[in-house]
Design a protein. Structure first.
Length: 222
């Protein structure tokens, strides 16, 4: 120990004194915003971390699955239009395939656009590149079903990613409400039940029609 430099006899400070800082809830909150469950893991809440990390993995894998399915169906309806309506999909944007959905042929589209808007919007050139005409109403309806399936998958993917944001908020709130001292005491005593009661989690369900329904539930036993 070093003596007080002002001449007093008592020790002013100890050389071997170590300043120890415990885990910060704000650091945990930042980690939870990046990856739900990371904040819980940082605080020592292994069970909470497992729940949020599992939910995060399920969310991203589900979103990726919807995006893959949406792109697969998109390629399918483009090829379907080429085969059954004579459309040329090369270099065409989504607006072109939207017009194919609502008008039976290029001539029909040009007729109604000219009738309603006159010269306010451009018409499709009368060339092979912009030609289409559905062979029958049945195949036209089938095209609509395939396109709707693609759009629904892309929409579901966005909803699932929205659930991912909710999962981050729930994880953030959870770590801010965590009793760090209780975790430390349980760690010292060797106990595994941290006594957290119930934990909210975000989840999704899929309806028979393929639509996504997000929700919030609770997991007991923590």
């Amino acid at each position: 120990a070093k003596e007080n430099p002002f001449g007093r006899g008592e020790s002013f400070f100890e050389d071997d004194t170590k300043f120890e800082r415990g885990p910060s809830k704000w650091v945990a909150a930042g980690l939870s915003l990046l990856v739900p469950g990371a904040g819980e893991l940082y605080l020592g809440d292994r069970r909470g971390a497992a729940i949020f990390l599992s939910a995060e993995g399920a969310i991203w894998s589900t979103a990726a699955g919807f995006y893959v399915h949406g792109n697969w169906r998109k390629e399918e309806y483009r090829n379907f239009a080429a085969i059954n309506a004579g459309a040329n999909p090369e270099g065409k944007d989504d607006e072109f395939f939207e017009d194919i959905l609502h008008y039976s042929s290029r001539d029909s589209y040009n007729y109604w656009m000219h009738l309603i808007y006159r010269d306010e919007i451009p018409l499709y050139p009368e060339t092979d590149e912009y030609f289409w005409e559905w062979e029958s109403d049945e195949v036209w309806d089938e095209y609509g079903d395939i396109r709707a399936s693609s759009e629904r998958s892309f929409r579901n993917a966005k909803i699932v990613l929205g659930v991912g944001l909710i999962n981050r908020v729930i994880s953030l709130v959870h770590v801010l409400r965590t009793d760090i001292e209780a975790f430390d005491a349980n760690e010292i005593s060797g106990e595994e039940d941290y006594g957290c009661g119930v934990m909210p989690t975000a989840f999704i369900t899929v309806s028979p029609d393929g639509s996504i329904n997000p929700g919030i539930g609770v997991v007991k036993g923590f």
